[in-house]
Design a protein around this ligand. Structure first.
Ligand code: ZN
Length: 266
């Protein structure tokens, strides 16, 4: 199902629930002026394609290359004559069809190849000006869009949860911490998150996430210095595997979180 809601700042939000075995993950596609932000996964095409057909947009911004964000990009390229933009680090990845494990293909569907152009530092729509900020960590090509005049941020997958206990093996937690630190000085209040929707007190929650991660990092490093193994640290911190962790055969796990926090910073 896809439901549409109008938010303040002239933002149209299309919410889609993607069902799996014993879990539903929500995604939020944003339309602001002539600009679509992220496209949704290919598996939800029967809900998303009619929405894309009914609505006008002149450009598509991709917050990063992951298949739940770019799954409809090829359809848009083939059916709507509009440019797609992504951070330059994601460009080559998108030119090939998505190469990721089969459980992700089953959940989100296949991500077909498409051609994206390099995102510029500033994005102009009819009524808004956005600063494009590179925020790697969740993905190398991850960006957020900051509207300084109206004080909000399209945050892609930077936030998602206030207290993550499991992460993907491809995520770099120190990168995420640094990216949150990079946006904290900016003057905004609300967040538009890809998996949590509109969050009016988003900055406060993002700050709470940063505090949680820094505390977790402090403890992890201390336990590591005491000679504990990564597995022992997971236990000591009472970090539990969640359903997504079992479903992904451990590709999403507390162990990744601990391991990533102990990695050398670049
Ligand atoms: Zn992602």
């Amino acid at each position: 199902m896809l439901s549409v809601k109008q938010e303040k700042n002239g933002i149209h939000v299309a919410k889609v629930g993607v069902k799996g075995l014993r879990m539903t993950i929500y995604i939020y596609i944003y339309l602001i002026d002539d600009c679509l932000i992220d496209t949704g996964p290919s598996r939800s095409g029967k809900y998303i394609i009619p929405y894309l057909q009914q609505n006008r947009f002149d450009q598509v911004i991709l917050t990063h290359h992951h298949e739940d964000h770019t799954g409809q990009a090829a359809w848009i390229q083939q059916n709507k004559n509009v440019p797609l933009y992504i951070h330059e680090k994601g460009k080559a990845i998108c030119e090939e069809s998505g190469n990721y494990p089969y459980y992700r293909k089953m959940y989100w569907g296949k991500r077909e190849a498409f051609q994206a152009q390099k995102l510029h530092d500033v994005l102009e729509t009819k009524n808004h000006t956005f600063e494009v900020i590179h925020t790697p960590g969740h993905a190398e090509d991850h960006v957020v869009l900051f509207d300084k005049n109206n004080g909000f941020l399209f945050s892609g997958d930077l936030y998602i949860l206030r207290r993550p206990t499991n992460i993907w093996g491809f995520e770099n937690m120190n990168g995420i911490i640094n990216s949150i630190k990079k946006v904290m000085p900016l003057d905004f209040e609300s967040l538009y998150c890809y998996h949590a929707g509109a969050i009016p007190d988003g900055k406060k929650r993002l700050k709470q996430k940063l505090e949680y991660l820094e505390e977790l990092k402090g403890k992890t490093v201390a336990y590591n210095q005491q000679g504990m193994t990564e597995k022992e640290i997971v236990k000591q911190l009472s970090l539990k595997r969640n359903i997504l962790s079992y479903w992904s055969f451990g590709a999403y796990s507390p162990l990744n979180l601990v391991r990533s926090l102990l990695e050398e910073e670049e």
